[in-house]
Design a binder for this molecule. Structure first.
Ligand code: ATP
Ligand code: MG
Length: 395
């Protein structure tokens, strides 16, 4: 399936783990992308490593080291293989219950460990594809669209982080769709190199269904499935409204949340997206031209009879003293500000590193505010339902 070496990150400590590391370092089927004795401290390093499998060494011989596993889980959805040298009676069943993929008892030949790594990787990849592939019998997914008539207002950064939060915090099956068809930056901000894009999807002859859609998305380590924009700007016009309509119908069946990033102007695909959008977030930076353009956007939405209760105004990078106040904006637009996001210098650097801030620094104030927005846009109840269904065996 995957010819390239599997990216492995080693965390924790166990007797014999150093030998395992040495063995894996020379193995052609594995690429060691990092090590960290304490996963709690390794957050950003682990998130940035794009590891596909985590080997976690533990000396706790009876119980799964829950805080360590949680720290790993907070930054990556990659499968975890527990490595221990202690004969472990209750450990195996406890580990499997805790979502650990496998337990390896040391000493072990390197080839045996590589086999376990391959097994964990292939099972996890199959599960990710299956998540998209199943036409689950749950309520339709919600479409959250970010729009701003002005470039550089923060749509893409926000789309990537909201999607990450939906997938990681609430365990929602999340699709991140890049409809900035000419100059989309979603793939680069998520730090992925997609094999397929929406261009391949619209060019395919095969009828689009959940299973086919799963073949075009790229699974990000956060759990988000990404459908990127075409690689060449000239291919954008091939993404017709008719094809998009079909894509939305199938995506709503396969996912709990579909987050859509858009270009800074209305065109056919954006209009057809609006038709299918449950929550439209209008992103505005704190400057007069941006507010003027939001005013024009609101007029267009009125002409389209776009429901008022689906429009949410978000002021981005508030807090800086730029001489514009929230109540002045509200008065000018005749619309309440639904959400505010502070400026945070860590966001541009996370964009440049290709790691969503929600993964790199989940505790930052900005991410906290984004989390509150995510909750309001798609309330928890939906996630709770999804979890219940998952327990009943829908997934
Ligand atoms: N709250 C914030 N704090 C700090 N920087 C921010 C914030 N929001 C956005 N930025 C920065 O602004 C820059 C532009 O953001 P982004 O690319 O998401 O905008 P955009 O609306 O998608 O632009 P375009 O229309 O050109 O696609 C990014 O470098 C991003 O990190
Ligand atoms: Mg953008």
């Amino acid at each position: 399936m995957n010819q390239s070496p599997i990216k492995v990150f080693i965390t924790g400590a166990a007797n014999g783990l150093a030998e395992v590391r040495e063995g894996l370092a020379d193995h052609p089927d594995v690429e060691l992308v990092g090590t960290a004795a304490d996963p709690v401290k390794a957050g950003a390093k682990l998130a940035e490593s794009a590891a596909q499998v985590i080997l976690h060494g533990t000396t706790a011989n009876e119980h799964v080291p829950a805080p360590e596993v949680e720290a790993i889980r907070a930054v990556t959805a990659a499968p975890i293989v527990l490595v221990t040298s202690a004969s472990a009676n209750s450990l195996l069943s406890e580990a499997l219950q805790a979502g650990i993929h496998d337990v390896v008892l040391l000493p072990q030949l390197t080839d045996g460990i590589v086999f376990t790594i391959k097994k964990a990787h292939s099972l996890a990849a199959g599960r990710a594809a299956g998540a998209a592939g199943k036409a689950a019998s749950h309520a339709e997914g919600k479409v959250v669209t970010l729009f701003s008539p002005k470039g550089g207002s923060g749509k893409t950064a926000l789309a990537c982080n909201l999607a990450t939060l939906f997938a990681r915090r609430h365990d929602r099956r999340t699709l991140l769709l890049d409809l900035d068809l000419q100059f989309g930056d979603v793939a680069i901000m998520m730090g992925i190199e997609p094999e397929k894009t929406i261009y391949d999807l619209v060019m395919a002859r095969r009828e689009l269904d959940s299973e086919a859609l799963a073949g075009y998305v790229t699974a990000h380590q956060s759990g988000v499935h990404v459908l990127p924009a075409p690689l060449r700007p000239e291919d954008a016009e091939l993404v017709t409204e008719e094809r998009l309509g079909h894509l939305f119908a199938v995506a709503k069946e396969s996912y709990d949340v579909v987050v859509v990033d858009t270009p800074p102007f209305f065109h056919g695909p954006v209009l057809s997206t609006l038709d299918r959008t449950d929550q439209l977030v209008l992103v505005a930076s704190m400057d007069v031209p941006a507010i003027k353009n939001v005013k024009l956007t609101l007029q267009t939405l009125d002409l389209l009879h776009y429901p008022k209760d689906r429009r949410h105004l978000l002021l981005n990078q508030t807090g800086s003293k730029v001489g514009l106040k929230k109540n002045e904006v509200e008065r000018a637009l005749d619309l309440k500000v639904a959400f505010e996001l502070p400026g945070d210098k860590d966001l541009p650097s996370s964009v440049n590193r290709g790691v969503p801030l929600a993964l790199a620094n989940p505790r930052s104030g900005l991410v906290k505010s984004m989390g509150e927005i995510a909750d309001k846009l798609v309330p928890q109840r939906v996630a709770a339902d999804a979890k219940k269904k998952k327990r009943r065996g829908v997934r």
